[in-house]
Write a protein that binds this ligand. Structure first.
Ligand SMILES: [Zn+2]
Length: 492
């Protein structure tokens, strides 16, 4: 995601609900400065950086292998664009590779987050089955718990019917006017690792998404007038019946499946490195359409050369009017265009979101525990695209370290938001640029390409990144990372 202080404040004031649970504004910070900002209370509350011994989670079992692997989703959904309701059937088959027998399985239902519920959103499930047999289940906010017996090294299938109320409001999940944004809209299999099942809370200011690469076969029926951008590739022509059209999409090795639709979208397309790049734009954003297409092409070219090839056949860039700058999904980026956007800003935000195709999409991570592994890297990628690496000079925020800043955000509430962004986006990107300067361009990008090869379609951790940088450069980087507040934490 990419955002700014000002857009956060605007959204909070406009929606009044974009707050993390238990967090409230003590004041109305309309005139807060853009850029570096240290909350006044934080100055005395946080004075010293300490190496955390253990962050906020217990390691349960270090011998567990992260899983379940190879999720294969089949979904048939209908979207009612009058009432903004999705009805669907989902089945997902996966292998329990964790090394232990599992007695339950979790899904994340992000649409049940508080900020969506207050705008009319929500999700529910019924008819839950495990390997064809009815299974007890319990839904608590975003976490769906299902009783299941999943033997080691065996395939299992979970199926369910689900209903989604899409909330009002232009967010990554929400509808506004003709535009419908469907990010994180279906029940998605959680990840089991040494912490157990990961069902962290929704985080509206950043992300708490964590999923393994999966295959999707999705059939969507809705008004035939809808123009749909989606993860994956559309197979064949839509089937028409009355006012409805049924589309089918196949996506491979992706962590999520997102859609954006608007009956008035226009599309421009081109091809780069055999990747089809499509820009979907509403008429009001026509003046930015060429900037989006060109920066899309240039970003794919540049990041493929520096980090490793873009591995999917297609990328969709969609225009919308969210409160944030942009949001990344596999093969689909949402770019939020405001009236005062400049072409340079639009190109840079697009480069950031496309940077996430590498850092989140190809190389995945636990975004809740270690957000810097995608946000710092996407910010670095955008600065590389902007030819502004020398402007990555942000100073560290007292008390925050890169490996798990959300624990500080939780501790310091609203005051911690600016520190979160300054740390995870700006100081993390500066850290990567300092590493580039230390290793030299040739070694740095060679090491990044080795990182891509080792982690492609997998999950990375801070520890993995440091190890790969050290092994490929032949240098001991402990001091460098410690001096940059990168500590190996509970993700060891
Ligand atoms: Zn981002």
């Amino acid at each position: 995601m990419w955002t700014t202080w000002k857009s956060i404040f605007a959204s909070t004031l406009a929606l009044g609900t974009m707050l993390a649970p238990g967090v409230s504004f003590a004041q109305t910070p309309v005139d807060a400065p853009a850029g570096a900002y240290i909350p006044p209370q934080a100055e005395h509350a946080i004075t010293e950086v300490k190496v955390p011994k253990l962050l906020n989670k217990q390691m349960k079992n270090q011998r567990v292998t992260r899983g379940p692997i190879h999720p294969n989703y089949k979904m048939h959904v209908t979207y009612d664009s009058q009432n903004h309701i999705i009805n669907g059937k989902l089945s997902v088959t996966f292998t329990n590779n964790t090394g232990v027998r599992l007695n339950d399985v979790y899904f994340n239902l992000w649409g049940n987050a508080a900020n969506f519920r207050t705008n009319g959103g929500g999700m529910d499930v019924k008819n839950v089955k495990v390997n064809g047999k009815a299974a007890n289940h319990h839904l608590q906010e975003t976490a769906l718990h299902i009783d299941a017996t999943l033997p080691k090294n065996r395939k299992s299938t979970v199926s369910m019917d689900f209903t989604v109320h899409v909330p009002k409001g232009q967010d990554r999940f929400g509808w506004d006017g003709d535009t419908v944004s469907l990010g994180n809209w279906f029940p998605i299999l959680a990840v089991y690792d040494d912490e157990g099942w990961n069902v962290d809370p929704y985080f509206p200011y950043g992300e708490s998404f964590y999923s393994l690469t999966s295959n999707f076969d999705v059939t969507v029926t809705t008004d035939k007038k809808q123009v749909i951008a989606a993860t994956g590739t559309e197979i064949g022509k839509p089937k028409l019946k009355g006012n409805l059209a049924t589309h089918r999409y196949i996506a491979k090795q992706v962590r999520d499946f997102a859609m954006e639709m608007n009956p008035n979208y226009k599309i421009i397309s081109t091809t780069v490195n055999k990747v089809k790049v499509n820009v979907y734009y509403a008429e009001e954003h026509a003046k930015f359409s060429q900037d989006l297409l060109q920066s899309g092409v240039d970003s794919i070219k540049l990041f493929s050369e520096k980090f490793g090839a873009y591995p999917w056949p297609e990328l969709d860039v969609v225009s919308m009017k969210g409160w944030f700058g942009g949001m990344e999904y596999p093969q689909l980026v949402m770019i939020s265009l405001r009236d005062n956007a400049t072409p340079a800003w639009v190109r840079s935000v697009n480069a950031h979101e496309i940077g996430h195709q590498w850092f989140y999409g190809i190389i995945g991570n636990n975004e809740y525990d270690e957000a810097w592994l995608d946000e710092s890297f996407a910010t670095f990628a955008a600065a590389l695209y902007d030819n502004e690496l020398d402007q990555l000079t942000a100073e560290p925020v007292p008390g925050f370290h890169l490996s798990h800043p959300i624990s500080y955000f939780t501790a310091y509430g609203q005051e911690g938001i600016s520190a979160y962004y300054d740390t995870v986006y700006d100081y993390g990107a500066r850290t990567l640029n300092d590493l580039r300067k230390l290793l030299g361009d040739k070694q740095f990008y060679a090491s990044m390409q080795a990182y891509y090869k080792q982690k492609k379609f997998g999950i990375t951790t801070t520890k993995d990144f440091i190890r790969i940088m050290e092994q490929t450069s032949g240098r001991d980087l402990d001091k460098f990372f410690a001096e940059h507040y990168v500590f190996v934490s509970d993700q060891e």
